[in-house]
Design a protein around this ligand. Structure first.
Ligand code: ATP
Ligand code: MG
Length: 354
């Protein structure tokens, strides 16, 4: 309880600082670039408002501090109950404009980093999303990646495996979709399904083409080990990995399911299978906990994102990605003197053209 209340207070303070500073930065940028003339952000009544100057460097430092509280790091003694599904800060309609601006600012910072990563063409980033249905994976991917150059980003969704995929080991289909150097790869579900849904419904495992003698009581422990090694291998070869578990409450899921049923435009998002899986909630939570405990590492950490508030969750996600990319020390490639001289010659030739 003491730990929990510490976490809650810390959360409130951190989001406050993060929002204030991100927003200030956005306003500075917007006015100098004249992107949105006359579009003032209403800060009236918002507890998130403050005026302070923030450099790009400071902004990234805020993103680091803010996202850190949701980063599991080394999974060793991870307990899901210590992570709230709620931001634990009283966010009202008066905070909406600043929340929006904060996300926009984060996305701008992300786009700038992605541009450098693409130009440098050495690192790649793999971002994995796992969650219960209606936790907000799709919306988070859409909003967080909205400002990014599509050329530098690849999104892959993993559903129940096809016949071809079942003819291979469970990492095969993911390996085929790993981001190329210079790109961000988004996995909407991933190989982690093979220690989640497949664990909750062991019948899936038995129905797969895995030889029966390999289905031993150690299978989950071995899969965790294989995943850790696989991610280590990817890290050693230039792919940074960060993983998000969107931690939505059962109550909030119910609310979102009802919304999907009530709203004709959202009907397509709902399937009876979703409601069925909800009956296995506790089994899923146990599997998520074990998965995070066994596969969160300092190099490739899990973030447990409070997902009951979608806007807040998106800000956590963008700040964690900005932080992960910032740590890569991305820079535009340095152009040699010879190349600069060559460019000058070509420019002159173009100017001299008749
Ligand atoms: P939405 O939020 O739109 O519902 P979704 O990611 O849930 O998106 P769906 O098509 O509804 O997409 O669901 C994909 C389903 O495929 C999930 O129920 C998931 O558990 C299942 N799935 C993914 N990988 C595997 C796997 N390896 N074995 C069995 N089922 C899997
Ligand atoms: Mg679904």
């Amino acid at each position: 309880m003491i730990i929990l209340s510490f976490l809650l207070n810390f959360t409130a303070i951190s989001v406050h600082l993060f929002l204030i500073n991100m927003s200030t930065m956005a306003r500075k940028k917007k006015s100098s670039e004249k992107k949105s003339p006359g579009k003032a952000v209403s800060t009236k009544g918002s507890k998130l408002d403050d005026i302070s100057k923030l450099s790009n460097k400071e902004l990234k430092e805020r993103a680091r501090k803010f996202s850190k509280q949701y980063c599991v790091g080394d999974g060793g003694d991870f307990q899901l109950k210590k992570y709230s599904t709620d931001p634990n800060i009283d966010l009202g309609p008066e905070d909406k404009p600043l929340m929006k601006l904060t996300l926009e600012t984060g996305v701008e910072a992300l786009a700038e980093l992605q541009d450098k990563m693409y130009a440098q063409d050495k690192w790649s980033l793999l971002v994995i999303f796992q969650a219960m249905d209606a936790a907000g994976k799709d919306g988070a991917i859409k909003h967080v990646m909205s400002g990014i150059n599509p050329q530098g980003c690849q999104v892959t969704s993993f559903k129940a495996p096809s016949a071809e995929e079942l003819d291979h080991d469970y990492l095969w289909r993911c390996q085929k979709n790993m981001p190329e150097r210079g790109r961000i790869g988004i996995f909407n579900r991933s190989y982690y399904e093979d220690v989640l849904v497949v664990r909750v419904h062991e019948s899936i495992l038995h129905a797969s083409k895995l030889p029966e003698e390999l289905v031993t009581p150690d299978i989950w422990k071995n899969r965790f080990k294989d995943i850790r090694n696989y991610e280590k291998h990817l890290s050693r070869n230039g792919t940074r990995i960060i993983k998000f578990f969107l931690n939505v409450s059962k109550k909030e899921q119910k609310k979102r399911f009802i919304e999907r049923i009530d709203n004709p435009d959202k009907n397509w998002k709902f399937s009876s299978a979703d409601a069925k899986e909800r009956n296995y909630w506790d089994d899923y939570m146990k599997s998520y906990e074990e998965m995070i405990r066994n596969t969160s590492t300092r190099e490739s950490p899990w973030y447990v994102v409070p997902a009951d508030n979608k806007s807040y969750a998106r800000i956590v996600i963008v700040s964690a990605i900005v932080n992960a990319m910032d740590k890569l020390n991305l820079e535009y490639p340095v152009v040699s003197k010879e190349k600069i001289a060559e460019l000058k010659t070509i420019k002159q030739a173009l100017l001299d053209e008749k």
